[in-house]
Each structure stands twice: as C-alpha cells, then as structure tokens.
Design a protein around this ligand. Structure first.
Ligand code: URA
Ligand code: SF4
Length: 211
C-alpha cells in the first residue's frame, strides 16, 4: 500500500517525527518541497489546530503557520482567549504542494485526496502523542480529510462534531469544531472583518468545550 506508513517510526516522539518526515517518500510531494513540516506546540495540548499543508513560508522555515495565515490564526487565538501554550498546530499534509510562481512567491495548490490519504500516518502519530481533548478543523481540506468529500465548512462550523473513528486512535479526541481557514479570511476582501469575527466565534466554541 502506498503512503507514509513505512517512514513513521514505531515508537516516535515529536522530535523523531520531525526528522523522520524528511525521509518520507509516501507520495510525490516531497520532490518539489524544501522540507517536511510537522506540527508544533505543546506536547499535551488540549487542542490541536488542523490546517491543510505548509505554505510558502512554512516550507522554507520548517514550522507550521509562520506565514500570513499563521499571523491571522495567532491573532484569532488571542482574541478567543486561547492560550498559545495549550494548542498544537499542524496540517493534514506535511509537504508544500505548489506549481508556478507569482513574483517571488510559489503558487499554492491544494493537496488532493491521494496526498491526504498518503500522509495520514504522520497525522495519526501526532494525534497519538498529543492526545488532544478536541481538534479545530481549519477549512475544507482538513474537514474532508476527517469527514469525507461531502464535508462543507459552511454547514458544519461552530459546533461540536463527533470525532470520526477512522484514525484508529487509542485515545481519540472527544470532539472537533470546524471553522474557516485563516487564509480564507485573508482572501475575503470586503467581508474580511466578518470572516475574522466568525473565525474567532468558532474558536470560542472550542474554548467553551475545553471547559
Ligand atoms: N496554511 C495551512 O493550512 N497550514 C500552514 O501551516 C500554513 C498555511
Ligand atoms: Fe510523505 Fe506526506 Fe510528504 Fe507525501 S506529503 S511525501 S506522504 S510526508
């Protein structure tokens, strides 16, 4: 079976995952990327924030959510009174998919279902180590990775969703809350403030669920 499984260490730590992902050949995305980007944050964070894939900046720096979308996310976390120490930020796909350039920036392309499927063992390993109480699903790629192709952020956002059991975790999260991806806030021109406020409102739902 193709996919990342054979590159994931048997008894990993967050640190060994980070080095092991650099060897992954589970799909072709490693070829055009600078490096693999694993999640970052508190080892036993209450909440995992799940994005799509590293972007241009993340690919260069090797850390998730350090570019423009990450700045929106950090601001929204602060406005939702979520302590940065209680979150772990990661993505469903660990290598940056892109094609073509615009100025100096490489143009982002969303990963497809095959990439998401191939990369799932890395996400499973992170969730097994962090054991979050809940997961915030950022945008439709993350949502479809967990709930299938019918998933729509607009229909599912801002409330507790049951955790889908197909990741086969010994200690699964109790719930997930879906919201818009912070990069969608950046793209929403006239409605940027409304989109941002809705993101913060959804994060507050997760804060309430954390108790
Ligand atoms: N967008 C994502 O989904 N993840 C990142 O890490 C950065 C941008
Ligand atoms: Fe491996 Fe995921 Fe990178 Fe594909 S995207 S090579 S599965 S780490």
């Amino acid at each position: 079976r193709p996919g990342a499984e054979e590159w994931v260490p048997a008894r990993p730590s967050l640190r060994t995952l980070r080095s092991a992902v650099q060897e992954c050949r589970g799909c072709e995305l490693y070829r055009d990327a600078t490096q693999g980007v694993m999640g970052d944050g508190a080892r036993r964070a209450g909440l995992v924030l799940l994005g799509e894939q590293p972007g241009d900046q993340e690919d260069q720096q090797g850390e998730p959510f350090v570019g423009p979308a990450g700045r929106v996310l950090d601001e929204a976390l602060a406005d939702a009174d979520l302590a940065a120490t209680d979150v772990f930020r990661t993505n469903v796909v660990k290598h940056f998919r892109w094609s073509g350039t615009r100025g100096k920036r490489r143009i982002h392309q969303s990963p497809n279902k095959g990439h998401v499927e191939a990369c799932r063992p890395w996400l499973r390993a992170e969730l097994a180590l962090v054991r979050p109480r809940g997961v915030v699903v950022l945008g439709s790629t993350a949502g479809q990775a967990l709930y299938g192709p019918q998933f729509r952020v607009g229909e599912s956002r801002g409330r507790a969703l049951p955790w889908p059991d197909d990741l086969d975790l010994a200690h699964p999260p109790a719930w997930a809350v879906a919201t818009t991806h912070p990069s969608a806030v950046l793209r929403a021109r006239d409605e940027r403030q409304a989109a941002y406020d809705a993101l913060v409102a959804d994060l507050r739902v997760a804060v309430r669920l954390l108790g």
